[in-house]
Ligand binder design. Structure first.
Ligand code: FMN
Length: 180
């Protein structure tokens, strides 16, 4: 399986990126996980749509050929970061490559709310007609990682066993959804 990750933080030491890297290693026997480049996308404008830049075409093709997508979002001011919204706006246009795509939202925060507000916004966006992604029902399937500084080690990997066990359970259900 080929899974593409959109990571909403461009920070080098991003916990959200660390989560995706942990997943890439942990589930390497199940799928190949590639992080897409969303930093080089221009700001979305309808003026560029007729002749989209190479970075946009590349991302759209990458998502089109993916079996599933993981979206790792930090919470910025109770919502998703602009860089991620920009990528989703681009992906909502043209061929609408997100339509029906299995998507697993995940998020990490150093604080106590674990990106819950950002993920609620993200789920609304994923339900919009331009995206219309396929997701697991939220109940019991929300990967909301709190207090990140206690759960990642010095090699930048998630090491909290209870959290990893929960992610394993959600991933099993997500892969079943993706294959259905
Ligand atoms: C502009 C900005 C806004 C933020 N807003 C929130 C917020 O609303 N809720 C929250 O829990 N953390 C907030 N944070 C803290 C982020 O959760 C924290 O920086 C986190 O580590 C970002 O994710 P990353 O580690 O993947 O870069 C904010 C951080 C920034 C830079």
């Amino acid at each position: 399986m080929n899974v593409v990750a959109l990571v909403g933080s461009l920070r080098e030491e991003s916990f959200n990126l660390q989560l995706v890297q942990t997943m890439a290693e942990r589930y390497q026997s199940l799928f190949e996980l590639t992080v897409a480049d969303i930093a080089s996308l221009p700001y979305f404008t309808e003026s560029l749509e007729a002749n989209p830049p190479e970075s946009v075409v590349r991302l759209q093709q990458q998502i089109k050929s993916a079996d599933a997508v993981v979206i790792a979002t930090p919470e910025y001011n109770w919502s998703i970061p602009g860089v991620l919204k920009n990528a989703l706006d681009w992906l909502s246009r043209g061929e609408r490559v997100m339509n029906g795509k299995p998507v697993l939202p995940v998020g990490v925060s150093p604080f106590m709310m674990g990106t819950i507000r950002a993920q609620k916004h993200l789920r609304d966006i994923l339900d919009s007609p331009g995206i219309a992604a396929k997701t697991l029902v939220p109940g019991g399937n929300e990967i909301l990682i709190t207090f990140a500084r206690d759960k990642f080690d010095s090699t930048n990997r998630l090491v909290d066993e209870a959290t990893l066990t929960f992610i394993d359970q959600v991933m099993t259900r997500f892969l079943a959804l993706a294959k259905s």
